[in-house]
Ligand binder design. Sequence first.
Ligand code: DAT
Ligand code: MG
Length: 136
Amino acid sequence: MENTLVLLKPDAVKRQLIGEIIARIEAKGYVIEDIDMLVPERDTLAAHYEEHEGKPFYEPLLEFMSSGPVVALKVSGHRVIEGFRSLAGTTDPTVAAPGTIRGDLGRDWGKKVVENLVHGSDSSLSAERELGIWFS
Ligand code: DAT
Ligand code: MG
């Protein structure tokens, strides 16, 4: 059994897609183990996105992520880290495959940062680290 961190980003909350996205996670057979809705502190986001510090989209990314409430989810299941990334689709919603969360529900709004509705941990190391940040 494995756990992953999923974030429903401020665009997902503003567009009232919380239910739609959680329904896809549950329909796939994964289990919501914990849930929290909050406007993230900058420190939380800086820790979460430390790998992207210094990149051109870093500041817009932190600004976007603190622009409103997000929903943090601890999700469990066999191979859920890989499985949720597959449900989410690739980073750029314009080319994310139809059938995925980003491909079906996301688009490019022409902003400095890509708004793509969800975050999912990309490895077991990231999942452990990120769950420690959001659910300590
Ligand atoms: P992912 O969220 O698919 O794991 P990532 O970790 O590479 O993607 O990037 C984190 C977020 O930053 C991503 O969801 C959207 C934004 N982002 C990534 N690359 C970007 C780019 N080249 N321009 C603008 N925003 C970007
Ligand atoms: Mg990532």
